[in-house]
Design a protein around this ligand. Structure first.
Ligand code: APR
Length: 260
């Protein structure tokens, strides 16, 4: 368990925040048993190179293969649940004036536990859109409403333009992050007085760059991770351990400080 003094200091910093950003990565969902992108390349899918499954080019070449891969990842997620770390993040909204979650995860767990302001930088595995964004970016499509479509046949055509395929609303390699989400996430990171960074290696840009933006703008960085990451050297507080364990203790301390 984390050093008590460290935990208390981090709780004091967060309890005093006016504009908290919580920046999360795959480690946030590790204790939920959510396989990371690379973990999911097992069994039948082990033979595939991610670059052949998660790029616009791959989708153009073989829409059914890519569509089936994301369906498989959805299946892997179907019996997974948010963990105490997600619930603790959501609880911060009851305690602090401003809490925004910026996540790299596509499992939708922050929304599921009630966090009300979540920026999904890499999209959402459970959401689909028109490949051509024919009605503006993004043109969401609810495939469960497409009665004439046979799910076994691969992706449906967009019901609006009837030309482009429907695709998963996730950011693929060689694609830029969604403009509005990244712009708002960058603004909020620059305005944050505290950034709580949970479960990210900090190796994937531009998402990881948000921590540098926050630091340069004067925010205090608090990191939770069982292992040192690329971000640890610039963090003011490093709480070493799993977020599902640490976050409930941290939020309990914050609540005690704010309800004295
Ligand atoms: N609690 C908190 N952090 C954990 C836990 C845990 N229980 N278990 C592991 N971690 C940490 C690891 O130490 C690592 O630093 O979570 C981090 C996961 O790193 P990555 O797998 O690189 O995930 P992430 O940083 O979110 O990657 C960013 O890369 O795979 C692509 O697009 C995908 O959004 C993803 C992006």
């Amino acid at each position: 368990m984390v050093d008590d003094n460290h935990l208390q200091k981090a709780a004091e910093v967060i309890a005093g925040s006016e504009r908290l950003v919580v920046f999360t990565g795959a480690g946030m969902s590790k204790e939920s048993g959510v396989p990371t992108f690379r973990d999911a390349l097992d069994g039948l899918w082990a033979q595939f190179d991610p670059m052949k499954l998660a790029t616009p080019q791959a989708f153009r070449q073989n829409p059914k293969l890519v569509w089936d891969w994301y369906n498989y990842r959805c299946e892997l997620l179907a019996d997974k649940l948010p963990n105490p770390g997600h619930y603790a993040v959501a609880e911060l909204e009851d305690l602090l004036p401003q809490v925004v979650v910026i996540t790299q995860n596509i499992d939708g767990f922050h929304h599921e536990v009630g966090s009300t302001d979540v920026i999904c930088l890499h999209g959402d595995l459970k959401r689909d859109k028109c490949f051509a964004n024919c009605r503006g970016n993004p043109t969401y499509v609810d495939v469960t409403q497409l009665s004439a479509w046979d799910p076994e046949s691969g992706p449906p055509f967009c019901p609006y333009c009837e030309e482009a395929y429907v695709r998963p609303d996730v950011v693929w390699f060689n694609e830029s992050l969604p403009y509005h989400e990244l712009t708002r996430a960058t603004e909020l990171s620059r305005q944050a007085d505290v950034m709580l960074i949970i479960g990210t290696s900090g190796v994937v840009w531009p998402a990881a760059g948000l921590t540098v933006e926050a630091k340069q703008a004067g925010a205090t960085l608090v990191e939770i991770n069982p292992n040192p990451s690329e971000i640890t050297p610039i963090a003011h507080y490093f709480l070493q351990g799993p977020s599902g364990e640490i976050m409930p203790h941290l939020v309990k301390r914050i609540r005690e400080l704010l309800t004295r």
